[in-house]
Design a protein around this ligand. Structure first.
Ligand code: BGC
Length: 546
């Protein structure tokens, strides 16, 4: 080998070795690959890379898998769940932004019935509906939606600041109500509505709460933080000549729990996983610091042994999350990087973006997609989680549907992605979503353990072992050690191919690891779909009040 060429090759090999090192491979291994290359084969700089790193795309995927999922190995997921549990416990006592007790202390009996107007403000849609609750045993007892209007919330609406967002909302409510011949709105009589709100809210009564900072890219809170959400909506509606009264306001996670508990009495948790993420859990009241309850009438406290808590799960995870270089890039560009750190790893708003950042990295370093970045993917948040779900849905060897879906959304001038490119992206997406499922599973498991422990502590603290609170708590303990139902809702968990099965497998794995931890181990956790849970839950919340 001529000296100059050998020096060039060595330089390339060293560079490749450093690159491999950055990806967590052994520097020595990469160098060894260079020295064991045949000395008689002429090595130009390209060949050197190829010899050292025969399949850079496969190496990249192996590294991505390690970075995204390595933390779960050797009991890592269980350790992570324990750390989360510690954070949940701390914030039941010390934080005003999350672990928020609702006003719902009683779960529905299932006998509530009637027609209710429900409003659902979600991450990507506003929906106004008339919901009929049939009551136990009635046909369609879980509640049927008699009429519903859906309005898309696009980025323009997301960017409406303060009152302008609520004016937009009120116009839509007005449009719907004006059409509603079944109710015939009489201006003097307020129209009673239940609201499911997919953002944090510090509840001050069953029908009111302080507007808090919103995630998911919304700006509606600007200038209004701390004001009463019910009043804000009411006065926006008044401008439209509409006399409404928000009689029940619940976070969408509480709505999901209420809607499923209405038909499945063993429901004690809900999981919402769509644009955002959240879990609500039914906890003993003494698990929560008194100031968190705010100024409630003593009659509320006298009746409440338990309460539905909106955990605001997305806000957890500071300092314990398994962050990759792509998560750090996402954070660096985020307007509120520390607001909802866990949400950034798991929810539909972010999964596409994590994948986009990893894909750009891969295109630059491995040459997949012929080294071409689709121009549309240079824009942040341009790779939708929905696109990933279409790609993962294609299990054919040719991946032709996935290729078509990708090309339609992200064309590349003068390059046609190959099956190998699509297979690469598909595997990358599956690592990103598996990590999401593992983190959500650890969160559920941590809260399940926390509840079971809290019930025992509650029982031990009650002075009268035969009183009503003790009986309720004993029933909760019995339930935790048999079967707990988790009501789920949201586009990712409902529609992303294989997500739910991955989540259930991680949850089951964590429960199986509990063997030997005492009688917590006996329980099982069943994920049950709560369809249209926001609208139904808002109606159930309203029905519970009446
Ligand atoms: C919000 C929660 C909501 C969740 C699911 C999060 O971004 O902060 O309040 O429950 O998304 O919609």
């Amino acid at each position: 080998m001529p000296l100059v060429s050998a020096m060039m090759s060595l330089r390339e090999a060293l560079l490749a070795a450093v690159r491999s090192l950055l990806r967590g491979k052994s520097f020595l291994k990469a160098l060894l690959a260079f020295w064991t290359a045949s000395p008689v084969t002429p090595i130009n700089s390209q060949d050197a890379g190829a010899k050292v790193n025969a399949d850079p795309a496969a190496d990249f995927l192996a590294e991505a898998e390690h970075l995204l999922l390595g933390f779960i190995e050797a009991g890592g997921l269980k350790r992570f769940s324990r750390k989360l549990k510690r954070q949940f416990k701390e914030r039941l006592w010390s934080n005003t932004e999350c672990m928020l007790p609702s006003y719902n202390s009683q779960l529905p009996t299932g006998r509530e019935s009637g027609q209710y107007l429900a409003l659902d403000v979600g991450g990507s849609t506003l929906r106004v509906a008339l919901v009929e609750l049939g009551g136990k045993g009635a046909e369609g007892a879980e509640g049927s939606i008699i009429r519903m209007d859906t309005f898309k919330i696009d980025s323009h609406v997301r960017n409406l600041r303060g009152a302008r967002f609520f004016d937009w909302m009120a116009e839509r409510i007005q449009q719907t109500v004006a059409k509603d011949s079944t109710r015939g709105h009489v201006p003097d009589v307020p129209l009673l509505m239940g609201l499911a709100w997919s953002f944090p809210i510090e509840q001050t009564s069953s029908k009111g709460g302080k507007l808090s900072v919103m995630g998911k890219g919304f700006l509606a809170h600007e200038g209004l933080v701390g004001q009463d959400l019910g009043d804000i909506i009411k006065s926006a509606c008044q401008k439209q000549g509409l006399h409404v009264e928000l009689s029940a306001i619940v976070n969408d996670s509480s709505a999901a729990l209420l809607s499923e508990a209405y038909v499945t009495p063993s429901t004690r948790f809900s999981l919402v996983l769509g644009t955002g993420v959240n879990i609500a859990v039914h906890l003993p009241v003494n698990t929560i610091d008194q100031p968190k309850f705010g100024d409630r009438p003593s009659s509320w406290h006298e009746k409440a042994s338990h309460v539905i808590v909106n955990t605001e799960l997305g806000m957890f995870g500071h300092d314990i999350l398994p962050l990759t270089k792509w998560d750090k890039l996402l954070k660096a560009d985020h307007p509120r990087p520390d607001f909802q750190p866990l949400e950034q790893l798991v929810s539909g708003y972010y999964l596409g973006e994590i994948c986009r950042l990893a894909l750009l990295d891969a295109i630059a370093s491995t040459g997949i997609f012929g080294g071409n970045v689709p121009p549309s993917l240079r824009t942040p948040y341009s790779l939708d989680t929905e696109t990933l779900s279409l790609i993962e849905a294609d299990t054919s060897p040719s991946l032709s549907d996935a290729l078509q879906a990708f090309a339609a959304r992200h064309p590349i001038p003068s390059y046609r992605p190959t099956t190998a490119d699509m297979s690469f992206l598909r595997t990358l997406a599956s690592h990103v979503t598996r990590r999401s499922a593992s983190v959500v599973a650890a969160s559920l498991h941590a809260l399940w353990e926390l509840k079971a422990e809290a019930e025992r502590a509650m029982l031990a603290s009650l002075p009268d072992p035969s009183g009503a609170f003790a009986l309720e708590t004993e029933a909760e303990i019995a339930l935790a050690s048999s079967k707990t139902t988790v009501a789920f809702n949201g586009s990712v968990i409902e529609q992303y191919p294989g997500y739910r099965a991955r989540l259930q497998a991680f949850v089951d794995g964590l429960l199986a690891e509990d063997d030997g931890d005492g009688d917590l181990k006996k329980g099982s956790i069943a994920l049950v779909e709560a369809r249209e849970s926001s609208l139904r839950g808002a109606a159930v919340a309203l029905a519970c009040l009446s």
